[in-house]
Design a protein around this ligand. Structure first.
Ligand SMILES: *[C@@H]1O[C@H](CO)[C@@H](O)[C@H](O)[C@H]1NC(C)=O
Ligand SMILES: *[C@@H]1O[C@H](CO)[C@@H](O)[C@H](O)[C@H]1NC(C)=O
Ligand SMILES: *[C@@H]1O[C@H](CO)[C@@H](O)[C@H](O)[C@H]1NC(C)=O
Ligand SMILES: *[C@@H]1O[C@H](CO)[C@@H](O)[C@H](O)[C@H]1NC(C)=O
Ligand SMILES: *[C@@H]1O[C@H](CO)[C@@H](O)[C@H](O)[C@H]1NC(C)=O
Ligand SMILES: *[C@@H]1O[C@H](CO)[C@@H](O)[C@H](O)[C@H]1NC(C)=O
Ligand SMILES: *[C@@H]1O[C@H](CO)[C@@H](O)[C@H](O)[C@H]1NC(C)=O
Length: 510
């Protein structure tokens, strides 16, 4: 309501009118130093042990996974970038005469990950089978018996992958893992020396075998957990002489919002408190935003080379439900607004935070999971324009977030997230929040693309813009299943929108 109250007849009227005549929210411009958002912001990290399950191989490519990647290209014009690594990378040995692409040894059959991975030349078929994407191949830093074993793996990668090989990664989360496989006197300086020595050997071997190949590394792949070795900082690392040849192509750090390990709060509490919480998302990303500034002098893009919601492969009821998709959207947009260049969401077979289950396993059929829908929304927010920039719009509650999306200096879209949990089984009417935004007067309407599900605890019936990417429909290809075209009118430069609890909207202005 824009008109001024004429009468102050009763205080009730005054209160009622006063409540509606809040000034519309003004949308700030992107920060002066904000850079265009890379179109492959939504990228993936695939656990090395499970890469063939995700990608398939030459004789049986995984068409479902291909379809899910194609959707990103259709929306943004580029494929996500694929890192193949993780904990299993440091337990993997390249065996040149092995016939099978991969052999996994599980200590206990129910473990989330194998304890030993042997891969042969046929493993690299999976890269070709998956598609014409840019890949980061993870090499084992833990094994310390043979440099040859390391250089053989790097050489087969450059020979078989050609220009699809974007870069290598040597070692995963060494700041946390080193104490498990290096002597107690192994210091940050020891790591610097070992990494420099081993990457120099890889460089020499690759330059010899694949002249002209682009050789870069994603590094140092530290996980941010201060409890482990707080003086293993990235800032100290580079001061100690890490990477003197400037082989780093992307700075990579890992992030999780929490860990699936005791003591555990009730899962519904954690979903709201940890994931569906803009304040908590800002707090989780704050150390990265600071570190990116501290390391900007190096001139490398700052990425989260492995990230997801809850470490230890996720927690059912929290990381596999729709609330996680809403988390992923806010997490991604806050990262993008703060110049984090890529987010490699980590995936593995049967993982409880996976965006999709690529093949049937452990009684779980192939399935598009909730987080994938969040990723598709983020890709749609970024779109295919070259100069998309983003500004957070400050709101007052933990459980709400909004962003202005700009093409250059021009406002083009808005995103609003209502992060209040809503159970699909709740009997009460679904509450919503009303927003009014001040937008330039020339805009007359906005197309509304809704990210929705029956509740924040839903694992089914999730759509974005009325579209489903479920496996059961068209093996991950988009299928319109609901109301697609929805618009709101803009009245004299004021856009009003109602956003239901546990939902998000992308508003495209015209
Ligand atoms: C290719 O994938 C199929 C299906 O998973 C598997 O049976 C076969 O062994 C794989 N080929 C190689 C060379 O690993
Ligand atoms: C193993 O790693 C240590 C660093 O921890 C290094 O000093 C040593 O030379 C390595 N040994 C071999 C055989 O590569
Ligand atoms: C570290 O400890 C190992 C034995 O565990 C020893 O051989 C090595 O010399 C020590 N290195 C340093 C730098 O003290
Ligand atoms: C970390 O700090 C402790 C004491 O402050 C020191 O003894 C240790 O050598 C340091 N470790 C590294 C890896 O720098
Ligand atoms: C959101 O996270 C912050 C920071 O961790 C916390 O203080 C706050 O209580 C959380 N809010 C909700 C609704 O859980
Ligand atoms: C190192 O490489 C980065 C690109 O990743 C570049 O921006 C930077 O200028 C290079 N640094 C030096 C010292 O050459
Ligand atoms: C949803 O259900 C869970 C479990 O029954 C409960 O703990 C939680 O408070 C409910 N949340 C809402 C928002 O109703």
């Amino acid at each position: 309501m824009r008109s001024y109250p004429i009468l102050l007849a009763t205080s009730a009227l005054w209160v009622a009118v006063g409540k509606c005549s809040h000034h519309p929210i003004v949308i700030p411009l992107p920060a002066k130093n904000s850079e265009p958002i890379p179109k492959d912001l939504q990228s993936f990290s695939l656990e090395l042990a499970f890469f063939p399950d995700y990608a398939g191989n030459k004789s049986s490519p995984n068409v479902f996974s291909q379809n899910l990647m194609e959707n990103f290209k259709d929306i943004t014009g580029v494929y996500p970038k694929i890192r193949v690594g993780g904990t299993s990378q440091d337990n993997s040995i390249y065996v040149p005469d092995q016939k099978d692409g991969i052999e996994l040894v599980f200590t206990n059959p129910t473990d989330d990950q194998p304890s030993q991975i042997n891969y042969g030349p046929a493993f690299f078929e999976s890269y070709q089978a998956f598609g014409d994407m840019n890949y980061i191949h993870g090499l084992n830093m833990k094994q310390n018996s043979s440099i040859q074993q390391l250089t053989d793996a790097a050489v087969v990668a450059c020979r078989s992958m050609g220009t699809n090989l974007d870069s290598f990664e040597l070692g995963n989360e060494i700041n946390m893992e080193a104490p498990k496989y290096r002597p107690a006197n192994y210091t940050l300086q020891s790591y610097v020396n070992e990494w420099n020595y081993k990457t120099a050997a890889i460089k020499a071997a690759v330059e010899k075998a694949c002249p002209g190949a682009s050789l870069g590394f994603m590094s140092p792949s530290f996980v941010i957990l201060d409890i482990i070795k707080s003086n293993w900082t990235a800032e100290a690392l580079f001061k100690l002489g890490y990477d003197p040849k400037n082989l780093t192509k992307d700075l990579s750090f890992h992030n999780y919002m929490g860990v699936f390990a005791p003591p555990l709060a009730p899962v519904a509490y954690d979903l709201q408190h940890v994931l569906m919480n803009h304040t908590n998302i800002m707090q989780s990303l704050a150390p990265h935003i600071q570190r990116a500034k501290n390391l900007a002098y190096l001139g490398h893009p700052y990425t989260l080379g492995e990230t997801n919601s809850i470490a230890n492969q996720g927690r059912n009821g929290e990381s596999n439900v729709f609330g996680d998709a809403l988390w992923l959207v806010d997490f991604s947009l806050w990262s993008a607004a703060n110049n984090i260049k890529r987010l490699h969401f980590h995936q593995g077979l049967n993982y409880r935070y996976a965006s999709w289950q690529p093949i049937a396993s452990m009684g779980q059929p192939p399935k598009t999971r909730a987080p994938y829908y969040g990723q598709i929304m983020v890709a749609s927010v970024i779109g295919s324009a070259q100069d998309t920039r983003i500004a957070n719009i400050p709101l007052s509650e933990d459980t709400e977030a909004a962003y202005g999306i700009f093409h250059g200096e021009e406002l083009a879209k808005l995103v609003v997230l209502n992060l209040r949990a809503y159970n699909q089984t709740a009997s009460r009417n679904r509450p919503s929040r009303e927003y009014e935004f001040k937008v330039p007067n020339h805009f007359k309407k906005a197309k509304v693309d809704l990210l929705s599900a029956p509740g924040s605890d839903s694992v089914e019936s999730i759509t974005f813009g009325g579209v489903s990417f479920d496996y059961e429909l068209l093996e991950g290809k988009p299928v319109v299943v609901g109301e697609k075209e929805d618009t709101v009118t803009i009245d004299h430069g004021v856009l009003r929108i109602s956003v239901a609890d546990s939902s998000a909207v992308l508003l495209t202005l015209s």
